[in-house]
Structures are given as structure tokens and as C-alpha cells.
Design a protein around this ligand. Structure first.
Ligand code: ADP
Length: 457
């Protein structure tokens, strides 16, 4: 069964449509009332003047008939006022007509019947394409019926003009209603837009994001509640980070002692046999990993507590080239796109980002095969390619989380890392308003990408 997906209008558009419909209803009612009043009044006026005119004319016809019907034809011709008007006189001998020639058979029988019965009557009708007002009056002298057709073309034109103006007015006011609705809803939703912006900054890790103070009492409560919630969240995060930092700090000295002791034991490895020797090796590997983890943890928690970002203009090409030359021997050529813009950033953190990516490529993929600094739509991007096993798609997000060790999860050994290197990369890059991810390298292996905007963090 095919499912029809109905896209709901956004709140802004729903408000705008409601304004438009409201405006359409009000102006529509106003237009209908105006139309009825104006057209009714004009028609009544026309009918009254036509009836009065016909009554005068019928008296003239009546007196002419009294004096004998000699000049009747000329009189009837003289009574027609314009080319579209017609005068018809039904006599026992037949019909006499003047003006626009109309077949009497086209006139409605009930109207003629009333005239014949001596009852004055009038009716609006269209005769041969021309709207007319037919007035029927009895002629008292010889029981004839006098019918005069007054053209309504002018009044009809006036009606068409008025209706066009009214329809145009209703359409314009509906559009205006929609425009006002859009403008009003934009203004009314502005605090919500600010709230969404602030909330997404908080979600992106910027715990300093706050809503500006509001004058409106309703909005003031929302802003205060939001700001208080974020403050509490920030406090909690700082406390957690401080705790992790304190623990890491406290662990550093005993760990150094353990590492030294393990190193002393390892130097005497040859004197140990079997499992004892293997145990010493394992001890040294684990203590080294533990030390690395504590250093990384300390950096991550320190990053949350202190905002020591020294923002400066950083030439990424130069920075990546320098870090690569210091860390890798032999050093691969760093491909630098001359168009890559300099970024505003913290050199220490960016150094660390590049170093972690290069170290990982060394540790897990036999070293980077390409290091590049390129221009991107957002600003600049760093790419570190390796020809190693790559990262399976399902683990690509996970490896950037803390203590995530990808396919190595659960394994122990010399190459076992802390699982914090890529988490640090994400944290530092996010501070710069950028993003980091991993994708497939064309030809096999992994491509770690860091994208940084040009602006300051
Ligand atoms: P670690 O301290 O374990 O290196 P990272 O956060 O730097 O922590 O990396 C997380 C995991 O991602 C690693 O354990 C490894 O499994 C995987 N990984 C990182 N870089 C690469 C790479 N270049 N090639 C393959 N796997 C990698």
C-alpha cells in the first residue's frame, strides 16, 4: 500500500495562513455586504426611474389613442431613448414595436399576462444578449398592453467594475494578511529561535551559551529557567571534570613509581624465566598504557575546567608540516593547497589534534601515506590517510567517543591505547567550531578528516 506523506506546514506558515484566512473572511463578508447594498440600491434607483419614465410614456400613448391611432407609430419611435431600448404595444390588431426590434414571443408570458390583466409589472431579463428591465403597464383607453424595455448595459458595466474592485480588494487583503502573519510570527517566534540556537550550542558542547535577559514577563521566566538549567549543567560537567582531573592527578605519582619499578624489573627480564618474565612484560605494557590514559584524562578534564584558549591566526599548512616533521621519521610529504585559508585557533590544541591522528596512523596502520591541508567550503581541512585496515562503517562514530577502542576493544598488548586520543581530537576540534570524522581512503585504508572554519573559536 502506498503511503502518502503529508508534509505539515511550519508553525510560521500556519500562523500566516490563519491570518490570511481571517483576513479573507472579514473582507469577504465586508465585500458581500457592500455588493448587496450597492447593487440593490443602484437597481432600485434604476427600476424607480424606469417605472416613472414608462408611466409618463404610457400616459402619452393613452392620450394619442384617445385622439385616434394616426400618429401612434411616430409617437412610439419618439419614446425610445437610445438604440438598445424598445417599446412594444400589444393591441387587439397585433404588436406595434419601435426602437431595437424584439420578437414579442421572447418576452416572458407571465409578465405579459399581468399586463393584459391590467396589473403593472416589471422584470429583469436578458433579451438577445442585452440585459434589460421590462416594464409592463396597461393602457386604460383600449385594453392594450404597453411594454418598455430599458437597457441595463451601463448599470451592468458598473456592477462588473464594482465586483472586480471588491474581488481585487479581498485578494489583496488576504495576501496582506498572510504577509502580516509571516511578519508577526517571525517576531513572536524570535525568542524560540534564540532558544533553539542557544540549546544547540549547549548540545554542541558550548556550556557558556546563555539566553539574553528578556523584558517580557512570560519570556523572562523561560530565559531564566533555561539559563539556570545550563548553569547547573555546566557546574555538573565542571565538577565531573574536576573529579576526573583530581583522580588522574593523584594517580600520577603512584603510577610513576610503578612505571619506574616495572622498568627496573624489565631491565632484569633476562634473569626471569617463563611466566614471571611474561608477567613483567605485561606489567610494563599495562603501566605504560595506564600512564598514557592518565595523561589524556588529565588533558580532557583540564580542557573542561580552564578556558585557556590562546586564539591566534594559525597557518595550518605550516603547523601540520611542523608536527609531521617532528613526529615521523621518515617524514611523508605534506600536501599543502596554497588556497587553504589560515584559521583562528589555539596552536597547542591543533598541534595535539594532528599529533594524535599521526600517532594513530603509525600505531594502527603502518604510518600515514598522505597528509594534506586543503581548502574546504567551511574553511580549511586536514586529511591524514593511511593504507591500514581502515575503520568499519559501524565503528566510525564510536571510535571518536571516550574509551572507545574500535576493533581493538577488549584486547590487551603493546599497541593498546587509552581510547582517548580521538575523543581529544573531537573535543579540541569542536572548540574551534569544526568537526572530525573518518571515511574510507580511496585505494584502501582510513582517511581521518578535520574540518575547521576560518573564524575564531
Ligand atoms: P587509542 O588511545 O586507543 O589510540 P583513539 O581514540 O586514538 O584511542 O582511537 C580509538 C580506536 O580507533 C583505536 O583503538 C583503534 O582501534 C581505532 N583507530 C584509530 N586510528 C586508526 C587508524 N588510523 N586505523 C585503524 N584504526 C584506528
Amino acid at each position: 500500500m502506498t503511503r502518502v506523506r503529508i508534509t505539515r506546514l511550519s508553525l510560521r506558515w500556519r500562523v500566516a495562513v490563519a491570518f490570511g484566512l481571517g483576513s479573507l473572511m472579514i473582507t469577504g463578508i465586508f465585500a458581500v455586504v457592500t455588493w448587496n447594498l450597492a447593487s440593490g440600491y443602484m437597481l432600485r434607483q434604476r427600476e424607480m426611474s424606469a417605472t416613472a419614465q414608462a408611466e409618463v410614456n404610457v400616459r402619452l400613448v393613452d392620450s394619442a389613442l384617445h385622439q385616434g391611432s394616426g400618429g401612434l407609430g411616430d409617437l412610439l419611435t419618439g419614446l425610445t431613448t437610445d438604440s438598445d431600448s424598445s417599446v412594444l404595444l400589444e393591441r387587439t390588431q397585433g404588436w406595434l414595436t419601435s426602437g431595437r426590434q424584439i420578437d414579442p414571443a421572447r418576452l416572458p408570458t407571465p409578465l405579459l399576462a399581468l399586463g393584459e390583466q391590467g396589473v403593472p409589472a416589471r422584470q429583469r431579463l436578458v433579451v438577445e444578449g442585452v440585459p434589460v428591465l421590462a416594464v409592463t403597464l396597461p393602457v386604460s383607453s383600449d385594453r392594450s398592453t404597453y411594454v418598455e424595455l430599458f437597457p441595463l448595459t451601463q448599470i451592468d458595466r458598473a456592477f462588473r467594475y464594482i465586483s472586480a474592485v471588491l474581488i481585487g480588494g479581498v485578494a489583496a487583503s488576504t495576501l496582506l494578511g498572510i504577509a502580516i502573519g509571516l511578519w508577526t510570527s517571525k517576531r513572536a517566534l524570535r525568542p524560540l529561535t534564540e532558544l533553539t540556537r542557544a540549546a544547540s550550542r549547549v548540545a554542541g558542547g558550548d556550556l557558556q551559551a546563555r539566553l539574553p535577559a528578556q523584558d517580557d514577563p512570560d519570556l523572562a521566566r523561560m530565559a531564566t529557567t533555561f539559563n539556570r538549567t545550563v548553569e547547573e549543567l555546566e557546574d555538573r560537567v565542571r565538577q565531573d571534570a574536576r573529579f576526573a582531573g583530581d583522580v588522574s592527578h593523584e594517580l600520577r605519582s603512584p603510577l610513576t613509581t610503578m612505571a619506574n619499578a616495572a622498568a627496573v624489573l624489565h631491565r632484569r627480564r633476562d634473569e626471569m624465566t617463563g611466566t614471571a618474565g611474561r608477567a613483567v612484560e605485561l606489567l610494563l605494557a599495562e603501566v605504560t598504557r595506564f600512564q598514557r590514559m592518565v595523561v589524556d584524562l588529565l588533558e580532557i578534564s583540564r580542557d573542561h575546567q580552564i578556558d585557556d584558549a590562546a586564539v591566534e591566526t594559525v597557518d595550518l599548512g605550516e603547523l601540520v608540516d611542523h608536527v609531521t616533521r617532528v613526529r615521523l621519521h621518515p617524514c611523508p610529504v605534506v600536501e599543502i593547497d596554497g588556497a587553504a585559508p589560515a584559521v583562528q585557533g589555539d596552536r597547542r590544541r591543533l598541534d595535539r589534534v594532528v599529533a594524535n591522528l599521526l600517532d594513530n596512523a603509525e600505531k594502527y596502520a603502518g604510518g600515514p601515506v598522505r597528509v594534506a591541508v586543503l581548502r574546504s567550503t567551511a574553511g580549511a581541512r586536514i586529511e591524514v590517510d593511511d593504507a591500514g585496515p581502515g575503520i568499519p562503517p559501524e565503528l566510525r562514530r564510536q571510535v571518536f567517543e571516550r574509551f572507545a577502542r574500535g576493533v581493538r576493544a577488549g584486547r590487551r598488548g603493546d599497541d593498546a591505547g587509552s581510547g582517548l586520543g580521538l575523543a581529544l581530537v573531537t573535543q579540541h576540534v569542536a572548540r574551534h567550531g569544526g568537526s572530525a570524522w573518518v571515511e574510507d581512503r580511496p585505494g584502501g585504508g582510513a582517511r581521518f578528516v578535520v574540518e575547521l572554519p576560518v573564524g575564531a573559536p
